[in-house]
Design a protein around this ligand. Structure first.
Ligand SMILES: *Cc1c(COP(=O)(O)O)cnc(C)c1O
Length: 429
């Protein structure tokens, strides 16, 4: 293994940083084994769905124009519905990103006079404009949909009494965000999501429960739709695209919800029947096929980073031992310099654009400047090794992804090296 140490050194990672990492890894064998088992289970699940839905070579034929009778698209949606245990699914390249998928899911179910209730506190930043928490053209608020919110309790659990009190006549939809997003709260387990769904349905069974599933897919052996969610929503340039999907989003859910969502995405009357997929289906199938092992690689990276930075005295969420509910690792570095150094360590380890320097910028949809390190094959893909941070207190960096475990490891070691070189951390302590 001396060869490997020397090669790391040639690639700019010192013997000290490498050895520090190896010591941490020695303590993570059991955790990694658990992640491998989850990946194995989910690989069986995805494979089984593809076989049962009779995925064939004909599914990879391109379609154009209106895209009527697109066998690949129809089969892919059937596969997603199987994987997520739902009646139906909408999986489309015309869904531009996660925010768009969530907007479609929400705006298709909420009519003027209805109220949306978020029961996991403040939603993801970009949804503030979707909902109208921050004024925006075309927000739900502009269309007469009101919004209210119940925060999680200080320990990160659901506030059941608060939820009971907030559900009223107008409440049409409850939204739950599985992953913390750009917040320093714990992400939610599928188990706890299932319990709160049962609670909500016991108050009013006709309330639609939507779960923002971004970054959560394949982290567990069950998904929120296995425990009662009417809709689960996410982005194909995160977990379920397996790094191969070049664009797209998905909504999996009940027949009724998906029909409304499809009418919203395309047009009343057209729904799921239109939407050419051009030549993209093969990558969407193949990406889904790889997604369980890609999510597993990302989880290993997240836990490796958590253990490194906790050892160095930083606050990390989740902490080094916590069970995982998404692939995101937050590390509170505490200063703009440290955030920039960390992100540029990740940038320098990328297969694409490794020679660039990441700088904070005013990204659309966010209320502060954001720095993003991403040298990805798919632009903006955050299932690939990436790190981003809003440039505001407490200067926490959100690290995620890694298509392979070795690459996640290299990226994390590089970020550590960058912090050591800038004398921000000292690994001899
Ligand atoms: C990424 C993300 C979104 C938005 O997805 P985009 O593809 O960036 O628009 C929404 N919610 C959560 C929790 C996310 O992580």
């Amino acid at each position: 293994m001396d060869d490997l140490i020397n090669y790391y050194e040639k690639c700019g990672i010192s013997k000290e940083v490498y050895s520090f990492g190896e010591k941490i890894l020695d303590s993570l064998k059991d955790r990694f084994e658990t992640f491998d088992k989850t990946a194995e289970y989910n690989q069986l699940k995805v494979l089984g769905a593809m076989q049962q839905c009779r995925v064939s070579e004909a599914c990879f034929m391109p379609s154009s124009g209106y895209g009527y009778n697109d066998l690949g698209r129809q089969t892919l949606e059937a596969v997603y519905a199987k994987v997520f245990s739902t009646e139906d699914a909408l999986v489309r390249p015309q869904i531009t990103c996660g925010t768009h998928a969530l907007y479609i899911a929400l705006s298709s179910q909420l009519l003027p006079g209805d109220e949306m209730l978020s029961i996991s506190g403040k939603p993801y930043d970009t949804l503030e404009e979707v909902i109208g928490i921050r004024e925006s053209i075309g927000s739900l608020k502009e269309y007469g949909v009101s919004y209210s919110q119940v925060d999680l309790l200080p320990d990160g659990s659901f506030d059941l009494e608060g939820i009971r009190a907030a559900i009223g006549q107008k409440t049409r939809l409850c939204a739950i965000q599985r992953s913390k997003g750009y917040q320093t709260r714990p992400s939610l387990s599928v188990g706890s999501i299932g319990e709160v769904i049962k609670f909500v349905k016991s108050i009013r069974s006709d309330i639609i429960v939507m779960v923002d599933n971004c970054y959560g897919e394949f982290v567990d052996t069950i998904e929120p739709s296995d425990v009662g969610a009417d809709m689960v929503v996410g982005s194909l340039i995160k977990n379920p695209g397996g790094g191969l999907a070049p664009v797209g989003g998905y909504i999996a859910g009940t027949k009724k919800c998906i029909e409304r969502a499809a009418y919203r995405l395309s047009s009343p009357g057209l729904g799921k029947e239109v939407g050419a997929t051009l030549d993209i289906n093969r990558t969407l199938f193949q990406g889904l096929f790889l997604a369980p092992t890609v999510a597993c690689a990302a989880l290993k990276g997240a836990v490796f980073a958590a253990n490194i930075y906790e050892k160095l005295g930083f606050s990390v969420i989740p902490d080094s031992n916590e069970p995982r509910n998404d692939i995101i690792q937050a590390v509170t570095l505490g200063s703009p310099e440290a955030v920039c150094a960390f992100c540029n360590g990740i940038q320098s380890a990328a297969p694409v654009d490794s020679f660039l320097t990441a700088e904070p910028w005013d990204m659309p949809g966010y209320d502060s400047d954001v720095i993003m390190a991403a040298g990805a094959f798919v632009s903006g893909s955050s299932i690939e090794l990436s790190a981003d941070a809003p440039m505001k207190e407490p200067y926490a960096v959100y690290f995620q992804g890694g298509l392979t475990w070795p690459h996640a490891k290299i990226g994390i070691l590089r970020s550590l090296q960058m912090l050591v070189d800038k004398h921000i951390v000292d690994i001899y302590i």
